[in-house]
Design a protein around this ligand. Structure first.
Ligand SMILES: NC(=O)c1ccc[n+]([C@@H]2O[C@H](COP(=O)([O-])OP(=O)(O)OC[C@H]3O[C@@H](n4cnc5c(N)ncnc54)[C@H](O)[C@@H]3O)[C@@H](O)[C@H]2O)c1
Length: 309
């Protein structure tokens, strides 16, 4: 009898009832995992929760699937979703933090409640899920179970930037930082944690309001990329075969990217500290750094190539 890649593993997929999350839940399930779909069934901006969305997605998977419809940004719900995995399937091995919302607006029109809600859903909720899941994951590893795997779904917007996405980009950049620290904190337990920046057709891609021609072209192209490519990469990263940790991947159809991570790329050393010397420092920086700075291309412009499908 052959065994599937994820046989016997228990996965929690947040935002697993739609778009990329649904593709991930379906793929992990098809590869043998039991899956908890945690999804509040909200609109793109996080409103109008519908508890049937998660239940329908789980029942379409059939056996080895359960649903949790609570808002993961509400206190206690991340813990309850993890508890459901432990109660129903006896373990928690794989966590995919995928749920996110979008509330765009230029910085000069920022509304504090939008900022707060985006940070709560896109950054605080993943932290709460990991804080709830990792004690059990460590105990399981100590007891001899194959160590778990974590994937945080981030965005090129948080790595590169995009117009009017201050809250979204900040939350996703925060999730990259969280990924690094979680990878460090868990490496001794053998538990691995990576970030994936996806490109795929979902209702969110469909809602992009292009700010220029390059962005309009990007949207057309993105709408041709099935989310199954993202699911395949995540299935590998949560499998026992994966040895990467603390890395940032991108996936766009058949292309998979490994992102660089912020490290000093140039160094300038001044001779002395003289408070009158700011201009002289500027001259030094101009000489040493001018060729090495990062331009203001948006993520949509940077990844505006023909998708390979
Ligand atoms: N689609 C893309 O090309 C793209 C690009 C970059 C990043 N991403 C990221 O990929 C992930 C999935 O995006 P998508 O396009 O499939 O989005 P989507 O809106 O289609 O799906 C997100 C799901 O998360 C759920 N959700 C949102 N807030 C929740 C909450 N508080 N509690 C529980 N569930 C909640 C929603 O109900 C929804 O089903 C997100 O993290 C997104 O930021 C997507």
């Amino acid at each position: 009898m052959t065994t599937a890649l994820l046989d016997g593993r228990v996965a929690l997929v947040t935002g697993g009832a739609r778009g990329i999350g649904l593709a991930v839940a379906t793929t992990l399930h098809a590869l043998g995992a039991s899956v908890v779909i945690a999804d509040a069934g909200v609109g793109i901006g996080g409103d109008d929760a519908d508890p049937d969305v998660a239940a329908r997605a789980a029942s379409a998977l059939g056996e080895r699937a359960a649903s949790f419809a609570g808002d993961l940004a509400e206190p206690g719900n991340a813990e309850a979703a993890v508890a459901l995995a432990l109660e129903r399937f006896g373990a928690i091995d794989l966590v995919v933090n995928n749920a996110a919302i979008l509330r765009d607006g230029f910085i000069f029109k920022t509304r504090r409640d939008d900022w707060q809600r985006v940070l709560e859903v896109n950054l605080h909720a993943p932290l709460a899920v990991l804080a709830a899941a990792t004690p059990a994951m460590r105990d399981q590893a100590k007891a001899g179970r194959a160590p778990g795997r974590i994937v945080n779904v981030v965005s090129s917007a948080g790595l590169v930037g995009n117009f009017a996405q201050s809250a979204y980009a900040s939350a996703k950049a925060g999730l990259v930082g969280l990924t690094r620290v979680v990878a460090m904190d868990l490496v001794r337990s053998g538990i691995l944690c990576n970030a994936v920046a996806p490109f795929a057709a979902t209702r969110v891609t469909g809602s992009i309001q292009p700010a220029n021609d390059a962005q309009a072209e990007y949207k057309d192209r993105a709408l041709r990329i099935p989310p199954a490519y993202v699911a395949r990469l995540i299935a590998f990263l949560v499998s026992p075969a994966n040895g990467f940790t603390g890395q940032i991947f991108g996936v766009r159809g058949r292309e998979v990217f490994l992102f660089s991570q912020a490290r000093p790329v140039a160094r300038a050393v001044s001779e002395t500290l003289d408070r009158q010397d700011a201009l002289a420092l500027g001259g030094l920086l101009e000489a040493e750094f001018a060729e090495r700075t990062t331009d203001l291309s948006t993520d949509l412009e940077l990844f505006n190539t023909e998708p390979l499908l």
